[in-house]
Ligand binder design. Structure first.
Ligand SMILES: [Zn+2]
Length: 430
């Protein structure tokens, strides 16, 4: 299916052209890849024909329909768009058609407004920091008057190690070490921290709960602490995902930041699910591109991939080379749930504001246009009873013995010998 800039399906006008191009480009793709990769068949006359077909196909595509984008499998699909699209297709009466079309129009206008707001936040953040050199972090909390510091955070799709630029067929059917990537992007500079989390560095065993509040808040808190500009007002954009970002623990964490005197105002904004493309995804795309063409045997190799992938991309490992920890995993969930209550109806809100003028409270809006805000008291008892220190660090659960044995027996043969003891070591004694 083809889609335009607004993720709308292109109706059949381009179908004929698409078929012509497909016959030129796609038809021979698999065979062409095999031939091109096979150096011994460099003189094969078919190879030249395929190359010419591809060149012609690409030329026609770029000239005639460069504005058309092909939806990629990893991109989120908006549930509401899909539902409205179906309503438009299924509408029989004129009234039904008008109602469905109006609903789709309203939705797209709302999406465009959210995107404009996100762009404005980025532009202001860049303008504010355009004339300053990157300072030595971190600054003392509340020591500066920056008003537009903007941060985006999200998870990327995980990767695995070992990984080779030339895919080894049998490795495809195994389960190598899974590495999760959590990004925190400071859009003003820009600087994107990519936390690389090995499956033995998570709250649960064998990589479980890696997307839970303890992991998310621990990494976000680490990034905001180490790269603070001393800003009073902090604005953040995050994915509209209940499990990772939009839950009572993340809300309680920002309320705690205000109480702890780390900011005087925090604005957390979420774009509409399925339309939340932002710059952090661009950082992830650079990272993935470099990863695909690099041999990666260890976590340190993956960190090198991140460094090489883009000027703004920076890796953050849990363990430093000397064995110490670069950041701490903390039990924020227990700490925050003891002092803050859950926010009823959280899923219908997209804007959350926390202010030192009203400590312990959150102000809610469903969309940017809402005239009035709803107030909710997050703190359970008095704000004076909330501890201002961070909770104690916890130790990751590590790998189960079964997983260690699997990695040693099945995955180790595919790791280059000098790195085998790092990525798939001998299983520990019971
Ligand atoms: Zn949509």
């Amino acid at each position: 299916m083809l889609f335009d800039d607004f993720n709308e399906p292109i109706i059949d006008q381009n179908e004929l052209l698409r078929q012509q191009i497909q016959s030129l480009v796609v038809e021979d793709e698999t065979r062409g890849d095999q031939l091109i990769a096979d150096e011994e068949r460099a003189d094969d006359p078919d190879l030249e024909t395929i190359r010419k077909k591809r060149q012609n196909g690409c030329y026609i595509w770029n000239t005639c329909c460069g504005h058309i984008k092909i939806s990629k499998p990893e991109e989120d699909v908006c549930g509401k768009c899909e539902k409205l699209r179906k309503m438009i297709t299924d509408a029989h009466t004129e009234n039904e058609k008008l109602l469905a079309a109006d609903a789709m129009r309203d939705h797209i206008i709302a999406v465009k407004k959210e995107k404009e707001l996100y762009k404005t936040c980025i532009t202001k953040a860049k303008e504010e920091l355009s004339n300053i050199a990157i300072p030595s972090f971190p600054a003392e909390p509340l020591s500066s008057d920056y008003q537009h510091v903007h941060v985006t955070f999200d998870f990327a799709q995980g990767v695995s190690i070992p990984h080779f630029a030339r895919q080894i067929g049998a490795l495809y059917f195994l389960t190598p070490r899974k590495i999760q990537i959590f990004g925190v992007r400071f859009d003003g500079f820009p600087l994107q921290l990519n936390y690389l989390i090995d499956e033995d560095q998570t709250v649960g065993e064998d990589g479980r709960n890696v997307h839970g509040p303890n992991s998310v808040i621990s990494m976000l808190d680490d990034a905001l602490s180490k790269y603070s500009l001393g800003e009073r007002v902090l604005t953040l954009h995050s994915d509209n995902c209940a499990g990772q970002n939009k839950n009572m623990y993340v809300m309680a964490y920002f309320a705690w930041r205000i109480l702890a005197g780390l900011n005087t105002e925090v604005n957390l904004k979420m774009q509409i699910a399925g339309h939340a493309r932002c710059l952090i995804d661009g950082g992830f795309a650079h990272l993935k591109r470099q990863y695909r063409r690099t041999d990666v045997d260890t976590l340190v190799h993956l960190a090198e991939v991140v460094t090489k992938s883009a000027y703004s991309n920076r890796p953050v490992l849990y363990k430093a080379t000397n064995g110490s920890r670069n950041w701490e995993l903390r039990d924020w969930k227990s700490f925050l749930s003891a002092h803050f209550r859950s926010l009823r109806g959280i899923s219908s809100y997209h804007y959350f504001r926390f202010s030192s003028t009203y400590p312990g409270k959150v102000f809610l809006k469903k969309c940017d246009d809402d005239e009035s805000e709803t107030t909710f008291t997050l703190v359970k008892r008095s704000v004076d009873q909330v501890p201002l220190n961070r909770p104690d660090p916890v130790t990751p659960k590590g790998l189960s013995r079964d997983r260690q044995k699997y990695l040693f027996k099945s995955v180790r043969p595919y790791v280059r010998p000098m790195f085998q003891d790092i990525t798939c070591p001998t299983p520990s004694e019971e």
